[in-house]
Design a protein around this ligand. Structure first.
Ligand code: C2E
Ligand code: MG
Ligand code: MG
Ligand code: MG
Length: 291
């Protein structure tokens, strides 16, 4: 009886695992079509410059409109693409889409905007990332300083030196570098010393409780000070409340990003909202600057 039960259980688990595996394989296979067709899109989430009250930059976040599954989140398909190696094609697609968008915005009210794109460590491994991005910038005639690359701490710590060299090369031509999800990865700070980082993004998990928990507040305040002492700008991720925003203002954080300011939105919506002055202090009912 126990043996039977065990077998049932075993079957239950393996079937569950098989289903998941099949789902993953299908999804990864479908990515080919997504790349070839027009199922992928970039959405843009504004980063509010707290000193000027203007949107200074936007983070590009990939969206996949799957023909039968609907919207599939990057949290689901990026890890798959990293495993299968398709991430290289996705990365190329993202870089082209971002540069085209920058070229489109190059005259008009959005010409000052910088676009930040997310890169995974696997993309550095191809060894051709730097030349690919430089080609993109040249092809679309985009000023390199309007592009920012977001990488997590792990990438700086775990990547081979020759792969990281590509980032240095891109930084040398003017591309900005940002540390994403700061504070939840490896706690080595050596790469802040050894690497030309422009921006540090404090992970959402600290910001979420910054007004409720003393330790999160202390860490956030200290990270802002550390960044500034090193001449690095600092952004807060996942700002959802006015109280969090005023904490960040009072602690002289440079940029704020989160649902309070805006969800990630399609390019045309962003253009419309910036043109209408949607993000300017007052319109958002954000507390006044420098209280
Ligand atoms: P990330 O780079 O840390 O991006 C921030 C994530 O937090 C985004 O999720 C964004 O929609 C979400 N977010 C922003 N503000 C708030 C907030 O106030 N509250 C909450 N709860 N969430 C907020 P998304 O778009 O689902 O992306 C998830 C992750 O997928 C990204 O984390 C990034 O690591 C990865 N990703 C997204 N686009 C790309 C891409 O083009 N290439 C690569 N390699 N990875 C990407
Ligand atoms: Mg990011
Ligand atoms: Mg992040
Ligand atoms: Mg994240």
């Amino acid at each position: 009886r126990a043996k039977e039960k065990g077998r049932d259980l075993y079957q239950f688990y393996t079937e569950g695992m098989q289903d998941r595996e099949v789902h993953r394989l299908e999804l990864d296979r479908d990515l080919d079509q997504a790349l070839a067709g027009d199922q992928l899109a970039l959405h843009f989430q504004p980063q509010l410059d707290l000193a000027t009250g203007q949107v200074g930059s936007v983070e590009a976040l990939i969206r996949w409109h799957h023909p039968t599954r609907g919207l599939v989140s990057p949290g689901e398909f990026i890890p798959l693409a990293e495993e299968s190696g398709r991430i290289a094609d996705i990365g190329r697609w993202v870089a082209i889409a971002a540069c085209r968008q920058l070229a489109k915005w190059s005259d008009g009210p959005l010409s000052h905007l910088r676009i930040a794109i997310n890169l995974s460590g696997r993309e550095l491994e191809t060894g051709t990332l730097a030349s690919q991005i430089r080609d993109c910038l040249t092809r679309w005639d985009v000023d390199p300083s309007r592009l920012e690359l977001e990488l997590t701490e792990e990438v700086f710590i775990a990547s081979r030196p020759e792969n990281l060299e590509q980032l240095r090369e891109l930084h040398d031509v003017g591309v900005h570098l940002a540390i994403d999800d700061f504070g939840v990865g490896y706690s080595s700070l050596a790469y802040l010393r050894d690497f030309p980082v422009n921006l540090l993004k404090i992970d959402r998990s600290f910001i979420t409780r910054v007004t409720d928990r003393h330790d999160d507040a202390v860490i956030t305040g200290a990270v802002i000070q550390l960044s500034h002492s090193l001449g690095i700008q600092v952004a807060a991720e996942g700002v959802e409340t006015e109280a969090q925003l005023s904490f960040l203002r009072n602690h002289h954080c440079d940029l704020a990003q989160g649902f309070l300011i805006s969800h990630p939105v399609p390019a045309d919506q962003l253009e419309r909202e910036i043109r209408q002055g949607h993000f300017e202090t007052g319109s958002l009912r954000l507390s006044p600057l420098n209280p």
